[in-house]
Ligand binder design. Sequence first.
Ligand code: HEM
Length: 370
Amino acid sequence: MRVEKRFQLSIFNFQKLMIKVLIDLLGFLRTTAPLLVSLVIFTLLFILLAKSIKKHAKIYYIAFSIPFLMHAVPTILRWCGIEVEFSFTRIPILGEIIRDYIHMGAFGHPLLIIIMYMGALNIKNPYVKRLMSIRKELSIISGFPVFTHSLVRVANNFPNSLKYFTDHTEYMANPRVTSELGAGISSFSLVLGIALLALFIPLWITSFDSIHKRMGSIKWKKLQRWSYGLYAMLFIHAMGIQVGGMISRNASSTNENKKTEIVTVAEIPQGRTEQNEKSGKKQDKRVEEISDINSVQQKQNKSDEVSALTSVRQQPAGGGKARTKGFADFQVSRETRQIISIVSLLLIYGSYLFLRVRKAVRKNKTRNNF
Ligand code: HEM
């Protein structure tokens, strides 16, 4: 009896350990390759929930519009001059969801990719068929993260990125801009966001049945062809932001190295350094408010360094039992994560292009045979 109990207990402990390892692994993969992981998770979820989404579409629309409204309403109130102290982004979990909406990577982008792939895969496949049955519903849902992202990015990033083209000298005078090429690629990609938005709105609106019917099938199909343009721009937008950021980051680390050399050789007296730091703080704050992608990049580098340092696990004092190492202990540098993002984008959009062209060629062949 005792042996059986002990055996059951060890099985229970083993299951607990396996669940912990799985959660750990998922967390690690999610921070390392967020787009690929979200893509897999959402594809599985949508396949499983296809019937429910089709049947209760309105409930899903309401649920997915909540994070958008929670961010949009206070933002619009603030634009109207009404100060709102409270922010939903500070609430745990809910704040995470709103942030995922803002950044596109965890939800909006995978959703757009799933919709995009449906047109390139074989409709006879039962899983593709299931997803295809909710393509319209997924297109409507995709609007909520896209509009949340656009609202934030048009207000915070777009004006400054435009300055790269309209007031280049002032833009380049910003001490945080480390590379003209990097800033140029980022700015172009960010400005392209407006074209993306302009193209996305009509495609999104015409996903609604009432508008689709009013337009008629021929006009609707013609408009839907523009979705290929949207996919191409999505790739350029997402890729350009990554590549531009990477170039700026590399230039910034080269400059940092140069600065360190100069400081060690010049040996500036302590008092002067402190004074410089104090006067520089005000300037830094103003520059941060500009919220351009290069300063965002630098802030991320700094916080990455800090998190890498603080996350070094402490050994318990007094010779206590050392914690076993898990996936959460692996630290992946920002550079590696950026390379993974770039490779993911190339893989996803490259295979889409291959599959879409192959489908078109096959369709043409069967048409010619008839
Ligand atoms: C002027 C408008 C826009 C600006 C300034 C802008 C800016 C940005 C920025 C800064 C990022 C980096 C990730 C982040 O922190 O959010 C990003 C990523 C992205 N944006 Fe936009 N965006 C705009 C509009 C749009 C629109 C309308 C769409 C979709 C139709 C879109 C799709 C994406 C995607 C797919 C990513 C990549 C997310 C990932 O990492 O996988 N953006 N955008």
